[in-house]
Design a protein around this ligand. Structure first.
Ligand SMILES: [Mg+2]
Length: 264
């Protein structure tokens, strides 16, 4: 961990790191400001329902210092991946506004399902049988399938609700698999976030609360990692995390304290 004081960039998860149950985690705002003094900060979230701009707005409403250009959502990742892979494409989505918005901003065209080259799937709180039937017809006619992420559930103030993984699972249940699932833990998510941060993998620290997505994924992409215990992970689970995170802290405030002490 000799390089630990010299991170050029920090990738920061949202749920369980900055926000919990719709409220800022105590000390997280100050910690984020401090991280911005140490290097570039990119917010990296699998939430596909909001665009980068709306995610920044939401965080700003909780008084986090975050600009839209500092946010990477799985909807943005999907839009960029598709542009890199296939150029501007005709797309149809099962997802919410943030997904359509990011696809259009990247230069893709939203079309009816029967005209789509790609079906892009994210979390959709108005998923219906009719949408699945449209997806099936499009896939049978040769449309390709791209998924934002596979998170089975996501936390809300009311408890866990079905995530994008539930939607992907419904389509897999019809016999079709996505060509790519680009959100965390995919290396694609970290590559695109690092591109936005302007940093190489070895120069960046991923800060997250979920080992399976944030830590394991980032490790595989060559980043250093910090697990915070303010979200879904408990200290009792630490021994079974292999590879282990480089840092473990109570919360992002505690982590930043450790990082800044190393700088001094
Ligand atoms: Mg999280």
């Amino acid at each position: 961990m000799g390089q630990s004081c010299h991170f050029k960039a920090f990738l920061v998860d949202v749920d369980g790191v900055l926000v919990k149950g719709g409220e800022p985690i105590p000390g997280a705002r100050e910690a984020l400001s401090e991280l911005k003094r140490l290097g570039a900060v990119v917010i990296l979230t699998n939430n596909s329902t909001r665009s980068r701009a709306r995610t920044a707005e939401l965080l700003q409403s909780l008084h986090f210092p975050v600009a839209p250009e500092e946010v990477v959502t799985s909807s943005y990742i999907a839009a960029r991946w598709l542009l890199d892979r296939a150029g501007p494409s005709r797309v149809w989505t099962i997802g919410e506004e943030g997904l359509s918005e990011e696809l259009q901003l990247a230069g893709h065209t939203l079309v009816p399902p029967q005209e789509a080259e790609w079906i892009v799937v994210g979390m959709d709180r108005s998923l219906t049988y009719a949408k699945l039937a449209d997806a099936l017809r499009a896939l049978l006619s040769g449309a390709r399938l791209l998924a934002t992420n596979r998170d089975g559930t996501f936390p809300t103030p009311q408890g866990l609700l079905p995530g994008a993984g539930a939607v992907v699972g419904a389509i897999e249940g019809m016999g079709f698999s996505p060509e790519a699932v680009v959100g965390k833990p995919s290396p694609v998510a970290f590559e695109i976030a690092l591109r936005v941060a302007g940093a190489a993998p070895g120069e960046a620290l991923m800060i997250g609360d979920r080992w399976e997505t944030d830590i394991h994924g980032a490790k595989q992409a060559g980043l250093a990692t910090a697990l915070v215990l303010s979200g879904v992970s408990s200290p009792a689970e630490l021994p079974r995390y292999d590879p282990p995170p480089d840092f473990v802290a109570e919360d992002i405030g505690g982590l930043v304290k450790v990082l800044t002490e190393r700088v001094r």
